[in-house]
Design a protein around this ligand. Sequence first.
Ligand SMILES: [Fe+2]
Length: 304
Amino acid sequence: MNQKKLSFEFTHKFEDFISLGGGHVTAAICTSLPPMLFDPGVSVFGPLCLKELRACTSSTENLIIALSHSHFDHCGATAYLLRKIPSARLAASQHAADVLQRPNAVELIRTLNAEYEKSMEADLASEDVTFEALQVTYILKDGDCIELDNGRVCRVIETTGHTRGSLSYYFPDTGIAFIGDAAGALEQGFIHSPYLVSYENYISSIEKIRDLQPRAICLPHSGILAGEDVQRYLFEAAAAAVAYKDMIEKYLELYKGDQKKVVERITQEEYDAQSRHIQNRQPFILNLRAKVNAVDEWLATQNR
Ligand SMILES: [Fe+2]
């Protein structure tokens, strides 16, 4: 698929909001009282999150860990942090709360995180960061407000499409929104459109975020965008999602609705024809299958 290469200037700090990294480090901290930590990332980054929290907040007491969704690369370090900070509480959607208690899901999250632990064994210095089932204290839904000290609030916005129950978090006073993977991720100048459960909801989630007119957005895998880049990114994210949908639609027509053939064709074109890959082939195919299915389901609602 021909997509123009995009460039955005990411920063790591906006007002009292700090993004810890990019790539596989998804975490961000708001130094509110109590402090909030968003999507701590894979388990190996637990000690890094803790170090940064201690460095940039006066106290980690009553820390609120808020998850955008329950994918392993966003929630992995949560178990370690809850063990290290007993007063910390976890906030997430009902869907994520259910997933984080489900034995087979917990096992999968643990296994995927363990792969990173193995490859970074030396950095861990025998620290136990193992993932385990998580108890969510604050079950959040669209429109909820997390009340912080000094009258501050963090608003909860349901931004599904990537997963069921995906949430974004918005601070009306500073104008920053932590949006999880709701508007995709930028990789090597291209915006990936991970509408794994619903194409329609993914598009309307991007619109919801645009309507907030945030001064800044935090993309967990990249950092913070501020100013004009915010609307430009969201516009391009929606355009990328539509373009990808158009391509899937074209192949669904060509292969008369055979999703398997569509997945094979796109895998050949987008994966096998490339020499460098960010993702392993298996997760690429699993995500692609989900996207093809999401588009097929959406087309069915359009009375083809
Ligand atoms: Fe995700």
